[in-house]
Design a protein around this ligand. Structure first.
Ligand code: DGL
Length: 262
């Protein structure tokens, strides 16, 4: 069984691809909506949340941990790997390398949360891969709240997303990296707002491939049975997750609500 988590509903952008890649794999998805957003929290707070959630997912039988959140990966993945050296852990990180390799203009934008853009991991990725390319960081202020509210295309979401994209356009970027798992849900809106020559880079496919690789390396069966069981769990309040699953992902699954102090 794969255990995955995010601060909220964003990681469902990873889950929806995972379920196609591994249609028979059981998955428990925990949305830490009671503590969302992570992007404005301190590293210590995010580590405490990641610790509590990982311990809970392991109790449920997780054999692999997928941190479906760039912010939590940046803040806590190293800590979790030290704490659980035997546990295969897959994390998310902004796809700076492919964006730099594909850029013609020598300018790429990275949309992520404030915490991710301030983190060491982001600095390291820029130092390692940017070369002569200008990497323009931009916080997606208000994006997470829009996705949590299921507001993927409204007048308000157009204004919020347009405001964040404007500085990237001014810099002449030709690639925009989606460095937060909530943002792929706003990608159709971004596509409408961006000129056609600007590409969006979403690392989800690469993360799914890494998940499959680690499962093989650790001898985790990729086929559990005929029908995968999906559990959706939230530390927040109903009904936002159930609504989102139904309206955005067409999944009629029930949601379990738990208290998980960190
Ligand atoms: N979905 C998250 C990420 O990938 C976190 C968003 C947040 O809670 O601020 O960074």
């Amino acid at each position: 069984m794969i255990g995955m988590f995010d601060s909220g509903l964003g990681g469902l952008s990873v889950w929806r691809q995972l379920r196609h890649a591994l249609p028979q794999q059981d998955v428990v998805y925990l949305a830490d909506q009671g503590y969302c957003p992570y992007g404005e929290r301190s590293q210590a707070e995010i580590i405490a949340r990641a610790e509590a959630i990982t311990a809970w997912l392991l109790q449920q039988g997780a054999q692999l941990l997928l941190i479906a959140c760039n912010t939590a990966t940046s803040a806590a993945a190293r800590h979790l790997r030290e704490r659980y050296p035997q546990l295969p852990i897959v994390g998310m990180e902004p796809a700076i390398k492919p964006a730099v390799l594909a850029s013609q203009s020598g300018r790429v934008g990275v949309l992520a949360t404030h915490a991710t853009l301030q983190g060491d991991k982001f600095r390291q990725l820029v130092a390692q891969f940017a070369g002569d390319t200008l990497v323009v960081p931009q916080a997606g202020k208000g994006f997470v709240e829009l996705v949590e509210a299921g507001e993927l295309d409204s007048e308000r979401s157009r204004a919020v997303v347009g405001r964040a994209l404007a500085p990237l356009l001014e810099h002449g970027v030709d690639h925009v990296v989606l460095g937060c798992t909530h943002y792929p849900f706003l990608a159709p809106l971004m596509r409408q707002l961006l000129p056609a020559h600007i590409d969006l880079i979403d690392p989800t496919d690469a993360v799914i491939r890494q998940t499959l690789r680690l499962m093989q390396q650790h001898g985790i069966a990729t086929e559990d049975g005929d029908n995968a069981r999906y559990r959706f769990v939230s530390t927040g309040q109903p009904p936002s997750m159930a609504h989102f699953l139904q309206h955005t992902l067409g999944t009629n699954a029930g949601v379990e609500y738990i208290d998980l102090p960190g």
